[in-house]
Structures are given as C-alpha cells and as structure tokens.
Design a protein around this ligand. Sequence first.
Ligand code: CP3
Length: 362
Amino acid sequence: MSIIPPIITPDLQSSATRFVRACLRKPVDRSPVWFLRQAGRYMREYMEVRRHHSLLEICKSPKLAAEVTITAAEKLDVDAAIIFADLLLPLECMGLDFEFQQGEGPVIHKPLRDAAAIDALVTTRASELAYVGEAIQRVVTHFHDRIGIIGFCGAPFTLASYMIEGGGSRNYIETKKIMYRYPDAWRKLLDKLVVVLREFAAQQVAAGADVIQIFDSWAGALSVPDYRDFVLPITRTLVREVQSLGVPVIYFGVDTASLLPAMRETGADVLGLDWRTPLDQAWHGLDYACAVQGNLDPITLFAEPEFIRTRVHQILDQAAGRAGHIFNLGHGIVPGTPVENVQAVVKFVREYVPAHRDVRHA
Ligand code: CP3
C-alpha cells in the first residue's frame, strides 16, 4: 500500500489511467507496471488454450485473443493489458506466408532477396488484420477504463529483417546486404511497411487501444550511423503518424544502450529500455526528455523473492519518483518463469515507498 498522499490536482484528473498518464509524463501516485510477453508459455492458462489451438489460431480468433489477454492481465493484476497478437501478422497481408515451427520460431517461406520481390509486396490489404481490432474491442469492453489497453506493431527495421532473413538471425547479413547495396529497394520496402503499419495501428486505435507500442526488437544489431542513415527517418515517420491518431507511442528495442539518443529522435513518447543499462543512466542520457519503460532483467524472475524485491526497488530508486516511469522488464518473460514471482513484482512495485519524494512533488 502506498503512503504517498494523492498529488493529482483536480485539473489534471481525467479518465486517463495511471498507465496512460505515465506515458504522457503526467504525475501519478506510483509507477504503473505491466510485463512484456505477459500472456505466454510460462502461464498455465495460456498453455491450456495452446493445447487446443495454434498460436495463429489464437491471434486470429478475437474471442480467444481477448480471453488470453484478459486472463493474463487479471491474474497479474497489472496496470495495462497488451493485446495478444504477433509482430509478424502484417506479413501475410503483404503477400509473405509464414509459420511458427515448434522450437524454431517463425519461418517465412519465401524471404525477400531482391528488388522484384519488394516490388511485388502488397500494401492494400491491411483491412485483413481487422481481427486484432476486434480482439481489442472485446478487451476494452471488459476493462473499460480500469487499466490501459496497449495495441502494437513491429517497427520497419525489425519487420524488414524477418522478411529478408526468413526468420530470426544472428548477423543480419542478408538484411544489411540489401540495406547497403540496394538502398532504393531498402527504402521502398520500409515505405511499404509503413503504409500497412499505419493502417494497422489506426485500426487498433479505432478499436480502443490507448497506447501503441512499436517493437524494434532487433534494432540493437545496427551501428549508430546505420540506424541513423537507414532506419531513423522512416521510423520517425511511423511514430508521428501513430501519434497523429491521438495516442502516445512506446518505442522498444533490445541492446540499444548506444542507440537510445537516436531512438529518442523518433519523437516517441516513451522509450522501452533493455536491462543492460541502469535506468537512471539511460534516462539521464536522454535528458529526461521522454518517458521510459523498464527495465528488470527477465531472468531475475528465477531468483528468490527477496532478491527480486531488491532489484525491483533499485529500479524504482533510479526512477526516483520522476513523472514518466513505467515499470516493466527489459525484454519478454521467458517460458519456465514462476508465475508467482511475476505476481510478486507487482506487489513489490505497489509497496515501494520512494526515498526521493521531492522529485515527484516538484
Ligand atoms: O503478452 C504479450 O506480450 C502479447 C503477445 C505477443 C506475442 N508476440 C505472442 C507470441 C507479443 C507482444 C509478440 C511480439 C513479438 N513477436 C515480437 C516482439 C517482442 C519481443 O520479444 O521483442 C517478436 C520478435 C515476435 C516474433 C515471434 N513470435 C518470435 C521470434 C516467436 C518465437 C519465439 C518464442 O518465444 O518461441 C514468436 C512466437 C510467439 N508470439 C509466442 C507468443 C506467446 C510463443 C510461441 C507460442 O505460444 O507458441
């Protein structure tokens, strides 16, 4: 239980949830908390649904996707629910088929390897993704304004890397080959992705998503100059387009310590931090010019509760009560994580008493 007196002034009081207010760097009573991959294989209820349905069946059934989203958010008692979907869904409506193979992750059947394949990509069928919006509507109907509802999409670079490599990658050789050697084709691919992603995000916002998170999970594979030359401009375009729908944007990547200042230039409202950089260092390096989300190492969740509490409170100490911190992991929850430890993190965030109340009250 928090002992901080309410500090929300009447004129700031709105229907916005603690989570949305934190995205906008408005004062809140405590850091909101949710988890990347909060619905997933570590959770018994999810595995029960997975016994009867494939991952794509769940994504494409608004009823099942909503059920999985709601069950996870309620079980963890978090401040936000991220819609159950997958990054790769837009590939299908652009003409690239893929499947999830047991233990291997996604496999794209015919990866893009030349300009002709990029030319052939379709950008007019985003309406086929409407099932995600339908799932969001169901989640909104369930929660109303009790917690924040997060829609999401992949960032142009991360999606392009899957389309070109055909799956996960270690060195991104094929992706960087196209980027360096065929910059026109590269730009065309990213432009086409943004046409579809903008429409996909608009459907999710129309359905009631409060915030859109853009996952650039593999941006950390890029040097700062490559990120700036080949990725930043188009990502900034996508961020602005999504913001123009009237919602804040969270922009997240992994292994991004050196990229954060450039990522900030996308204009995203919130940057998702991985766990490798201390949160206070990262935020200071960003001149506190945006909100931040993170950044507990997800593997900490395998430790004893007392150790987890120490790490959670260290992160909250680093956030120092500043407006604009959202507690999360530095990447997704992995299979095998004890669910009670995830629940314990929520409790530890709630019970935290800030040592630096002066900052929050400033
Ligand atoms: O609760 C939630 O977080 C929402 C659900 C969600 C899924 N995928 C469902 C899923 C979200 C937000 C994603 C995003 C996603 N998908 C990302 C970005 C997030 C990140 O980790 O940085 C990426 C890179 C993908 C692509 C993807 N989907 C991969 C690489 C894999 C295989 C890896 C694995 O863990 O097996 C998936 C499969 C996937 N998507 C699972 C889930 C719950 C696990 C597989 C299953 O249930 O069969």
